[in-house]
Design a protein around this ligand. Structure first.
Ligand code: HEC
Length: 248
């Protein structure tokens, strides 16, 4: 039997093989089934394309509901059970949630208050807070997260939010105070603490985000930062530099 090698024919291609070996063509239904199967694989792709490119009024298909959809009363919702119709209930009078008895004014408020002397800011950190390297490091950490965006990492008021507001020429922007001035250095520790807890004028309150201990840590860090930074010139109020009003 002669082989391809003997006849020095070129290397066979599949098509030539089929022709020369007289292989049977696949039956028509097999070809048809293959074409249908291939086109069938395009259907999911077409559906995905359609879903992605068209708007629909229907909510999305949600296979696993997890806890997204459940019977519950959301904030400020009405509740038929109560006389005042509110689902959100007030704490029962004369009770306190566990851990919310803030009876230590020095630690929780930063000031003491009495009828004769009024508000007295504390000048020292409370005894529960030991000033050491760990506390300063914690204060530094919290300051970077909560304060540096406005007051700047150096505390001089050049934080990114401040820079951006100046760039946008925000007419109503009150710059974050330079915390390195003598005025802020002379502030009682308790007043800095209270500024963090309650906010000051245009500065929002950070009492909800920062625990009392962390607020004291920030105060301790601020003191550390002040003692290692040069004293900034006093802040001149905008009214002081503004030209005097001219009579009409
Ligand atoms: C969203 C920006 C912003 C953040 C964040 C912010 N501050 Fe302020 N802070 C201000 C502005 C603005 C003022 C000036 C408020 C004014 O005079 O109306 C201010 C003022 C102050 C003052 C001076 C208060 C006074 O009595 O004059 C202190 C102290 C202070 N901030 C500390 C902090 C500390 C500590 C943090 C971090 C916990 C912090 N701030 C976070 C914007 C900010």
């Amino acid at each position: 039997m002669t082989t391809y090698q003997d006849e020095r024919l070129p290397v066979p291609t599949p098509w030539r093989l089929i022709r020369e070996l007289k292989l049977r063509r696949p039956p028509w239904w097999m070809v048809l089934a293959l074409i249908v199967a291939v086109i069938g694989t395009w259907i999911p792709l077409a559906l995905i394309y359609q879903a992605r490119s068209k708007d629909s009024q229907l909510p999305r298909v949600h296979f696993f509901h997890d806890m997204d959809k459940q019977a519950k009363f959301t904030a400020q919702a009405a509740h038929p059970w109560f006389e005042d119709g509110r689902a959100m209930r007030q704490p029962i009078e004369g009770t306190l949630a566990r851990g919310h008895l803030h009876h230590d004014a020095h630690f929780y408020d930063g000031y003491t208050q009495d009828a004769t002397e009024g508000i007295q800011f504390v000048t020292a950190l409370p005894q529960q807070v030991a000033v050491d390297a760990t506390l300063i490091a914690r204060g530094h950490d919290r300051f970077q997260i909560y304060c540096a965006l406005c007051h700047g990492a150096s505390g001089t008021g050049d934080g990114l939010v401040n820079q951006r507001a100046l760039e946008l020429k925000e007419a109503k922007w009150v710059p974050a105070t330079n915390l390195m001035t003598q005025e802020i250095r002379d502030r009682a520790a308790g007043q800095l603490f209270q500024a963090i807890r309650d906010g000051v004028r245009n500065m929002p309150s950070y009492g909800a985000q920062i625990t009392p201990h962390d607020r004291w840590a920030i105060v301790a860090y601020l003191r550390e930062l002040q003692s290692t930074s040069p004293v900034a010139p006093p802040i001149t109020a905008p009214t002081a530099t503004a030209p005097a009003a001219t009579p009409p």
